[in-house]
Design a protein around this ligand. Structure first.
Ligand SMILES: [Zn+2]
Length: 113
């Protein structure tokens, strides 16, 4: 994923929601990022600081929460939390799995003033 484009969409959504609520300023943006989404939080923070200048989002805190990778093993019929570097079942080492969490990237909530 491309951090600049992602950050732009965060800013656009935050601005739109803030304006709809008649906010003077966005204080905090809470974002959930899956460990497997490929999004680098440091890059998003950096770009956000740059592109939010002069908008109601300037100075907003980006609260980025990471979601661990979870898989469901079709062989064990169980769900596991795994390391993003070892995408296989930790119990049977099988690869007949599906990822149930880890690719997310979304704004959970905004705090406005
Ligand atoms: Zn398994």
């Amino acid at each position: 994923m491309h951090e600049m484009a992602i950050t732009q969409s965060i800013l656009d959504i935050s601005k739109k929601v803030g304006e709809e609520h008649g906010a003077k300023r966005i204080k905090e943006v809470r974002i959930k990022v899956g460990e497997y989404s490929g999004v680098v939080p440091q890059c998003v923070r950096y770009y956000f600081d740059v592109i939010s200048k002069g908008t109601i989002c300037e100075g907003a805190v980006l609260n980025i929460m990471k979601l661990p990778v979870k898989i469901y093993c079709n062989n064990c019929n169980e769900e596991f939390e795994i390391s993003r570097y070892h995408v296989k079942c930790p119990k049977c080492a099988g690869t007949d799995i599906k990822m149930t969490q880890g690719r997310e990237f979304y704004i959970e909530s905004l705090e406005v003033e």
